[in-house]
Design a protein around this ligand. Structure first.
Ligand SMILES: [Zn+2]
Ligand SMILES: [Zn+2]
Length: 96
């Protein structure tokens, strides 16, 4: 059983967290998800399976440096970025 929660205050709290950049929304495999921002969680990128909805975290220092370099080349001071790769996981690929 889910304990009784006041949905309105939950949404209000989430809105506040969003404003304070504690959380951000991401859409993965067609579902909206809420994730802690990098200031509260270690920075990583995502692989998500479109069939089973499975998630994997990936980290790659080369991508990090490259993205920062690309942003700076455009005169940008990058503060954050998100990278999301969608497709089929190994298990789902084998299921074919
Ligand atoms: Zn899968
Ligand atoms: Zn990154």
């Amino acid at each position: 059983m889910t304990p009784a929660v006041d949905r309105a205050s939950v949404y209000r709290t989430l809105g506040l967290f969003r404003e304070l950049e504690i959380i951000h929304d991401m859409v993965t495999a067609g579902r909206r998800m809420i994730e802690l921002t990098d200031s509260f969680d270690s920075h990583h990128h995502h692989l998500s399976c479109l069939r089973c909805g499975r998630h994997e975290s990936i980290e790659d220092e080369v991508i990090e440096q490259r993205l920062a370099a690309i942003a700076r080349a455009q005169g940008f001071e990058p503060t954050s970025h998100q990278v999301q790769i969608s497709g089929l996981c190994q298990a789902c690929r084998r299921g074919h």
